[in-house]
Design a protein around this ligand. Sequence first.
Ligand code: NAG
Ligand code: NAG
Ligand code: NAG
Length: 356
Amino acid sequence: MKSTIIFLLLVPVCWAKPFQTGLFDFMLEDEASGVGPTDRIFELEPLGPVCPFRCQCHLRVVQCSDLGLESVPKDLPPDTTLLDLQNNKIAEIKDGDFKNLKDLHALILVNNKISKISPGAFSPLGKLERLYLSKNQLKELPVNMPKSLQELRAHENEITKLKPAVFNGLNQMIVIELGTNPLKSTGIDPGTFSGLKKLSYIRISDTNITSVPRGLPASLTELHLDGNKITKVEAASLKGLNSLTKLGLSFNSISAMDNGSLANTPRLRELHLDNNKLLKVPGGLAEHKYIQVVYLHNNNISNVGSNDFCPPGYNTKKASYSGVSLFSNPVRYWEIQPSTFRCVYERSAIQLGNYK
Ligand SMILES: *[C@@H]1O[C@H](CO)[C@@H](O)[C@H](O)[C@H]1NC(C)=O
Ligand SMILES: *[C@@H]1O[C@H](CO)[C@@H](O)[C@H](O)[C@H]1NC(C)=O
Ligand SMILES: *[C@@H]1O[C@H](CO)[C@@H](O)[C@H](O)[C@H]1NC(C)=O
């Protein structure tokens, strides 16, 4: 009778903390002899790893954000597909932290204090597609990232250089985000991205790079390099970018863009060059077939020629512009020939003055 009372007291404790059953397992087994209701308790026994303390687990998603964790929880459920560890205090990722997580597709480590990732830490993650490492203290990208990776986000770290081998074999990569890192151009080897045959989007904004990285893959559709220290756009760095549709170069110190730059990017639709030091409209816009948006405001353009934007005559093969900005330049707007925008069919597409 006495043992039955102890048993009844223990049951609610087990339910409140189903993951800490070790101690009670042993005691319940003692009770099992001859006591009917214990059969039901045994059905509640979890098999293998369970949801870590204070995390929430639902539909193979393990949610452990904002818990003040200083390390990756142990014994994560092996069928986890998404593991969210953002907004914690994890300082190091160790070998074995993700062991057994063969089905993991997404790993979110944003906003921790990670400065070290052991070389073998990601090796069990054979299906990992998304790795979010932004807002940490990494000095370099981890080596041995899973070959299945499609999206890497690592902005707001302390990365100064990219080891040339860091992307080797990552043939599935589609999106790379590396903004707000103390990167310099000398820290990016010319071949760093060239093997990534599916890479579509890259953003390296708000760093200290002084030139457009060389050897970008032909698959690229968006290249965002705003807020850097780029002084000149060289045609050679855009060579072969036949799929590029958006090029973001706002807020740099660009004073010149090579004539061949636009010819090297034949599918370009949007070119953002506002807030630079350009002295003239980039060459090649008039001949370009697809370009529709050209931001040139806040530059040092003092003269706009009547063939800078449109082909001679009324060639209708050119896509019409939908957004051209030229305000905040020293050019005198009344001196721009009206025919300069003869291939633009919507007046509102052109922003010339400051509307003062
Ligand atoms: C760029 O370099 C300057 C000095 O060289 C430094 O103060 C600044 O923090 C760097 N910016 C980034 C984003 O690394
Ligand atoms: C660029 O092209 C313009 C005409 O489109 C030409 O006047 C200029 O000399 C060229 N600049 C260079 C460096 O080739
Ligand atoms: C603008 O260009 C002129 C030369 O055309 C130069 O003297 C001046 O310093 C430039 N201004 C800025 C803000 O770069």
